[in-house]
Design a binder for this molecule. Structure first.
Ligand SMILES: [Zn+2]
Length: 76
């Protein structure tokens, strides 16, 4: 269900429920705890927290449908 992947740019991404998240930062107190932002962060506030690859927390709702396999780039 959840999977960590790397983009062609070497940026870490996390797939969850058909939605992609981009690595935001790692917790300073717990290196296993990672914070992710929705890849469509320009229009979506959804965030995700994972620990050792497991989703531990979901914040905010996506403002869009799942778009796995669909690429819409263009924003800087
Ligand atoms: Zn989203």
């Amino acid at each position: 269900m959840a999977d960590e992947v790397l983009t062609k740019h070497g940026k870490e991404m996390f797939a969850h429920n058909g939605l992609l998240y981009v690595s935001d930062k790692t917790s300073k107190v717990d290196s296993a705890l990672k914070f992710w932002r929705c890849e469509q962060r320009h229009r979506c506030k959804a965030r995700l927290h994972t620990k050792a690859g497991e989703v531990v927390r979901e914040l905010n709702n996506h403002s869009h449908e799942a778009s796995a396999g669909q690429e819409s780039r263009g924003d800087p």
